[in-house]
Design a protein. Structure first.
Length: 153
């Protein structure tokens, strides 16, 4: 044998790789189904029951990102200004909480200045602008409602 023949690596063709990949895929699917079944079993006596406020279906959460963070804080601010009804279906206005969430977004804007894409910066700026305008409007309405209630009492 010559040196060329000896130094060439031997190539082994594995014809059943597709079958193995399919078998692995099926096994993963069976494992996922088994896990889902065990999670959906009702808790036994003495175990804590799942929170009834959580939806019974397991929704996929969006990946953590800057827009998700901004929208989460903005949603909390909106809820605190009575724009999203509470658990009882009635809006709850807690302006101090709303101010906190808006201020938190303001801090986020200040600390990330120059480090955001144009889209992210615009989204944060717009969210803050809209929330601040709404805060002033809700604050005026809330004060007027309190004054009316005080006059009637």
């Amino acid at each position: 044998m010559s040196e060329e023949e000896v130094s060439k690596p031997e190539i082994i063709v594995d014809d059943d790789w597709k079958e193995r990949a399919q078998a692995e895929k099926e096994q993963l699917q069976r494992d996922a189904e088994a896990k889902h079944k065990t999670e959906s079993i009702k808790p036994e006596a003495g175990q804590a029951k799942p929170d009834s406020a959580e939806p019974s279906t397991h929704e996929q959460l969006p990946p953590a990102s800057f827009p998700v963070l901004v929208m989460s804080l903005a949603t909390q601010a909106l809820a605190s200004m009575g724009q999203i009804p509470g658990a009882d279906g009635k809006p709850v206005v807690t302006l101090d909480h709303a101010k906190h969430f808006i201020d938190t977004l303001g801090v986020l804007e200040e600390k990330t200045k120059g480090n955001l894409s144009a889209e992210e910066s615009g989204m944060l700026e717009n969210a803050l602008h809209e929330l601040r305008l709404l805060f002033v409007a809700v604050g005026k309405q809330h004060a007027a409602t309190k004054n009316e209630s005080a006059k009637q009492a």
